[in-house]
Design a protein around this ligand. Structure first.
Ligand code: NAD
Length: 366
């Protein structure tokens, strides 16, 4: 069985130590002098299929930070794909530098590096990457998804991510409150970017009492005007009287500092890696009786969207139908968590890992 190690333990190792403790297959570092491209591609697990996961561009403070990020994110993709029933593995790429570095040559060079992996890694968008960037990458490799709809792609995955997050939130609400009806529930959405704003739309439609926060004031004003949601200061969001906390901005917001401040009964949001340390904070939430909808499951709509594109013949309606399975999977995870008295994140990882192990065995005999 897969051991969930604390962040502290993972980080104290060498690069090989980290790869070994997180279970990666491959870590590739690439450099191109003319374009200034520095990229790290992590392939976590390819038992179910090629590693599919987005590329994040970020001005990392250090190489160590970039490596930690790509290792953590790619591992999350393995579990996300496995728990969602997709036949792909987990991978991720990071581009190190200011997003302003991006241009056609830079992105095409990146495409060539991806191509050199022969299909073991397939990319898509993540932070600071757009569908138009994927078009440049596609000039050099076929191992790219997240292309615009006019090019036969699935377009922006965020609406599907938000839909899955909304359904996962409803499943968690059913467990916590006995009903999945969100009408009247006080819900705090942290970050109203691509995912958050669509999520707010679903919540308002269901007559939830929605509170929003973001570091962009103009965005807050706009979404508040359009939806009637109440604006809260970014630092005050953890302290408000709420039933559900929906992190939709950064990761690691559920940590030693915030857990005691959160008065909610449910945490369900679209952000990746919400638990600062899944070995520690999942347990704390269980002890506090807060129902946690595992992030990598309920935000899997975006991956489901690019997976549909990867299979070919993208169809938006079918993709939304596929994302609807998140409700039942979330329910099953929360039931396992309750029955075995284990954190829901652990329950989800165990379910994902069981699928990888059992399908791996199916593939053995030819
Ligand atoms: P985004 O950049 O469009 O939105 C993030 C929002 O969070 C921005 O409006 C930003 O201003 C705000 N923000 C940043 N720091 C904040 C803070 N301290 N307090 C409050 N708000 C803050 O990104 P997105 O595409 O909406 O993704 C949001 C999260 O969901 C990320 O963690 C991402 O990895 C995850 N995710 C996104 C998708 C997708 O389809 N877009 C899929 C899976 C997971």
């Amino acid at each position: 069985m897969l051991e969930i190690k604390s962040e502290e333990k993972v980080r104290e190792g060498s690069i090989y130590g980290q790869i070994t403790s997180l279970g990666h297959e491959q870590l590739v570092m690439c450099y191109d002098e003319p374009t200034g491209l520095k990229t790290i591609i992590a392939i976590h697990n390819t038992v179910l299929g090629p590693a599919l996961g987005g590329t994040r561009m970020w001005n990392y403070a250090s190489e160590e930070e970039a490596i930690t990020d790509v290792l953590r994110l790619s591992r999350g993709m393995t579990f996300k794909a496995a728990i969602s029933g997709l036949n792909i593995g987990g991978g991720k790429a990071v581009l190190i530098g200011d997003p302003k570095l991006k241009n056609e040559a830079y992105l095409r060079r990146f495409g060539r590096f991806i191509n050199s992996l022969g299909g073991r890694y397939i990319t898509a968008e993540d932070v600071n990457m757009k569908t138009s960037d994927m078009e440049y990458i596609a000039m050099e490799t076929k191992y790219v998804t997240g292309l615009p709809e006019v090019r036969g792609g699935g377009g922006d995955p965020s609406p599907v991510t938000a839909y899955g997050t909304y359904l996962g939130m409803k499943a968690a609400a059913k467990k916590a409150f006995g009903s999945d009806n969100l009408s009247g529930k006080k819900i705090a959405v942290q970050g109203i970017g691509q995912v958050g704003k669509y999520l707010v739309g679903y919540l308002v439609k269901e007559n939830a009492q929605v509170f929003i926060t973001d570091i962009f004031e103009d965005r807050l004003k706009q979404v508040s005007k359009e939806t009637g949601a109440t604006v809260v200061d970014p630092n005050a969001i953890y302290d408000i009287d709420m039933d559900i906390y929906a992190p939709c901005a950064l990761g690691a917001t559920v940590n030693d500092q915030t857990i005691d401040r959160l008065k909610c009964k449910v945490i369900a949001g679209g952000a990746n890696n919400q638990l600062q340390d899944e070995a520690v904070h999942g347990k704390l939430l269980l002890e506090k009786g807060i129902i946690y909808a595992p992030d990598f499951l309920i935000n899997a709509g975006g991956l489901i969207n690019v997976y549909a594109e990867y299979l070919g013949g993208y169809n938006r309606e079918n993709t939304y139908k596929h994302a609807e399975k998140i409700y039942d999977i979330c329910t099953a995870i929360l039931e396992k968590s309750e029955k075995e008295n284990i954190p829901s994140q652990q329950a989800a990882i165990e379910m994902a890992w069981n699928r990888i192990e059992s399908i791996g065995k199916v593939k053995l005999p030819y």
